[in-house]
Design a protein around this ligand. Sequence first.
Ligand SMILES: [Zn+2]
Length: 370
Amino acid sequence: GIYVQIRNITFKERKKLKNHFVLGFVPFGGCFEEFIEPFISEMKILEKGKIMNIQGRTCLVIASLGDITADLPQGNDLVGVKRHGANKVCRTCNTAKDSLTLNDLDLPSVSRYHHQTDKQFEEIFAASTITERKKIATQYGLRLQPTILDQLRWERHLQSPHDIYHVTAGKVLRFLKITIDALSPEGKVEFISFWKSFEYPRRWQKLPNPISHIDSFMMSDCLRLAMMLPFILNRFLKTKHFKQSELDKLRVRTGVSRNNLAVKLWLRCWILMAKTMAIAFKHSFTEKDYIELQEYFENLPNLHVNYHLVQHARNYATLLNTSVETKEMVHKIFKNSVLRTNRKNIDLDLLKRYNTLFAMRYLFDGGIDS
Ligand SMILES: [Zn+2]
């Protein structure tokens, strides 16, 4: 599904389901460029400005692309950067694959810059043979051609931030799996018993069992559990709850000498995770918050995207401003209604439902047909 949001409305309005507009659905295996072409042509007109009659008043309407958010492989496609198989896989910087998590990355000097990428695309285009083109493209970690979005006015590397929900929930899920795998059978039993008896906020739906149902965890489940996990672990976690082999591994990797210190370190990591989340999802940032966010990220297990999140936060004021959690909800509504169609022409059926829904909302909001 492809959704559009209008940016010059308040954050509160922007988060409403009704302010997520569906452009349409690209069928599995369908061509995105072909699908998006009409939208791009209209955006080109809007970039120049178009005179429209809005509620009886003549207005000049100007619009352009604010930012795009997509899952990792598709996000790279939209920017024109190769997917994860390549040597340079980051859509924001030029760091080679094997040094993505080095501690002393100097971001300004390794960043990708729009004008440089333009030149690199020109270089690829100018090469005389296809082999040569592929070679240069690989060297820069770019696709053979710029994407269709490049026909619009945008800064491809700055206007393609990573989504904080996906990034954080993905990290939590990974760490949760690692933690559970590292527990001994006794540790697992204890974990589940403390997890069950924990006093969760009343309003929360019951979380799925993190050991037996980890694969059906949704993003929101991950984030909720991550908030509580430091408290749950703190209530019982001892050396005996871990597999000895896992503690040995951790001690070797961190240089910690004693088992109980290794367990503390594990717990500390979950605490950091929870604290980082608290800052990352803030509705507004002070200068101190940006600095704190950076410090937390530096202390968390190194993941390349951490480096860029602080920059995204500064570019867009907060990370929530470019997050897509409401879009995920809208998407879920559509996904659920797929089950109620005969699946012959899914996008038409979905769009019909969407139109009806929209018309009803319009009427409920007091709109009239002129
Ligand atoms: Zn990067």
